[in-house]
Design a protein around this ligand. Structure first.
Ligand code: NAD
Length: 488
């Protein structure tokens, strides 16, 4: 359904109920390259009527007495593997579309957006074959009780722009495995990759209505889905602000919701850290995707007696990074996703200076790049943990280095945050690192690196969210439990 070349792509229909259907309005979303500021594509801008059609299609598919939700786990797993194979074909163009839209360096989108969707489908297809959906237990009273894990129903998957495909499949893969049907609402900034997913769903021959995609300009379509009586569960990744609104609405409706929200994680460098060695993994742990990654350690906690050494190492690392067009394979830092995002980052940089922190490198727009929403990788030293740049999520290539006196104080500073998503500990002694990691209030912590493991639960505490995605634990939010008593 795409017209023109892959770099200038237009769609005039939405993928709903297994068909490319005419949207309810003639409004469009124009997608702009973060690197060049040029328009690279346009898609229909869905509205509430389109969302209603998508929910109705997902509802029909779910309620079909011989449909997807009633298939055996093995049948669903086979279909998921077909979808994974179809997605493999699109992996190269998926990486290009994501990087063009949100500025993610191509080297990163090739390792994440291009491969994570199929990887997660294969992983959850394997799990649903292996984990029984019915367990018979001896009753504590009389006879036996059968405990069923049933698919929860129609899921609204609402996704942000920073890792649009990976975060879609954090939701879609377990939802499909469980037997749910899904309406995906991508971010307006990154809609083009979602249409490739629609192409793959069509090619894989998934039953009509099992996967539907509805676009939306602002938050109207997402909010409509959250409140829709035909939607049984909301799976959301995005800002804490939107997450709170969704939680309130779901609370009122008693609708389950998984919320993966913002972060302001700490990277604690212990006093025994081998700095030169650690710096090799530090870029990915602190600045991945131009700093637009929810779990990265953007507060660097350095021991007082090694503070200057740490500031020097981070300054050298940040100033050596190659900043440029996201599609250049040598680029390490691309542009941030939108003009609005850059404005917000620049406001934080100004605020950091006003708060008395010292910029050791960066802080401006790169002089040699006059197009695209670029910000130089920026390091702030002498940051107080109470400062706005240490407490608020900047979502750009900006790190704050904070001084601590002893290990207890480092843990205290790390936990002195409204957020609790990720974190890292850097040390010559892994067991010591593990002991410190246990004391950090966060859903996922790495020792000497942060490698997101799709076989383990991921999610936040405090203002970073509710619930977990990934791992076997990421399947259960899409299932509900029913006990059948067999007393005879
Ligand atoms: P956002 O909250 O503005 O939007 C995310 C998605 O939700 C978009 O599709 C948007 O259209 C929709 N939306 C916004 N408000 C809504 C509402 N009230 N009801 C329903 N839908 C709504 O976030 P963003 O700016 O696109 O993404 C960046 C944020 O996401 C950052 O704060 C980042 O930390 C967070 N994030 C978190 C994780 C995680 O796993 N915890 C991962 C990636 C990004």
């Amino acid at each position: 359904m795409a017209y023109g070349t892959d770099m200038w792509c237009f769609y005039d229909r939405l993928f709903i109920g297994g068909e490319w259907v005419r949207p309810a309005s003639t409004n469009t979303i124009r997608v702009v390259s973060a690197s060049t500021e040029e328009v690279i594509g346009a898609v229909p801008q869905g509205n509430e009527t389109d969302a209603d059609a998508a929910v109705a299609a997902a509802r029909r598919a779910f309620d079909d007495p011989t449909g997807w939700s009633t298939w055996s786990p093995g049948q669903r797993a086979d279909a998921m593997l077909r979808l994974a194979t179809a997605l493999d074909k699109y992996s190269g163009i998926t990486a290009i579309r994501v990087s063009s839209q949100n500025g993610m360096p191509l080297s990163i989108s090739k390792q994440t957006e291009a491969v994570m969707p199929a990887t997660l489908l294969r992983y959850y297809a394997g799990l649903i074959r292996d984990i029984p959906v019915e367990e018979r237990r001896p009753s504590q009273v009389r006879g036996t009780t059968a405990v069923h894990k049933e698919p929860l129903g129609v899921v609204a998957a609402i996704v942000p722009w920073n890792f649009p495909q990976s975060l879609t499949f954090f939701k879609l893969a377990p939802a499909l495995a469980a037997g749910c049907t899904v309406v995906i609402k991508p971010s307006p900034e990154t809609v083009l990759d979602a249409f490739l997913l629609a192409d793959a769903v069509e090619e894989a021959g998934l039953p009509p209505g099992v996967v539907n995609i509805v676009t939306g300009g602002g938050r109207t379509v997402g909010a409509h889905l959250v409140n829709h009586p035909g939607v049984d569960k909301v799976a959301f990744t995005g800002s804490t602000e939107a997450g709170r609104t969704i939680a309130e609405q779901c609370g009122r409706l008693l609708k389950p919701a998984t919320l993966e929200l913002g972060g302001k994680s700490a990277g604690i460098l212990l006093d025994d850290v081998d700095l030169a060695r650690s710096m090799r993994s530090m870029f990915a742990a602190t600045l991945l995707n131009n700093g637009q990654t929810c779990f990265i350690s953007t507060r660097i906690l350095a021991p007082e007696h090694r503070y200057d050494e740490v500031v020097e190492a981070f300054t050298a690392m940040a100033s050596s990074l190659r900043v440029g067009d996201a599609l250049d394979s040598k680029t390490q830092i691309g542009p941030v996703a939108t003009a609005r995002q850059r404005q917000s980052i620049e406001a934080y940089i100004a605020r950091g200076k006003n708060e008395g922190a010292r910029i050791t490198t960066g802080g401006r727009r790169p002089a040699d790049l006059d197009r695209g929403w670029f910000v130089e990788p920026t390091i702030f030293a002498e940051v107080d943990n109470g400062a706005a740049i240490a407490q608020e999520e900047i979502f750009g290539p900006v790190l704050s280095i904070i001084r601590y006196r002893n290990e207890d104080e480092a843990v205290k500073i790390a936990n002195d945050s409204a957020y609790g998503l990720g974190g890292t500990v850097w040390t010559a002694d892994t067991e010591r690192g593990l002991a410190v990691a246990r004391r950090i209030q966060a859903g996922a912590v790495g020792v000497n690196g942060f490698t997101l493991d799709h076989g383990a639960p991921f999610g936040g505490v405090k203002s970073s969210g509710l619930g977990r995605e990934l791992g076997p634990e990421g399947l259960s939010p899409y299932q509900q439990l029913k006990s059948v008593y067999l007393p005879a």
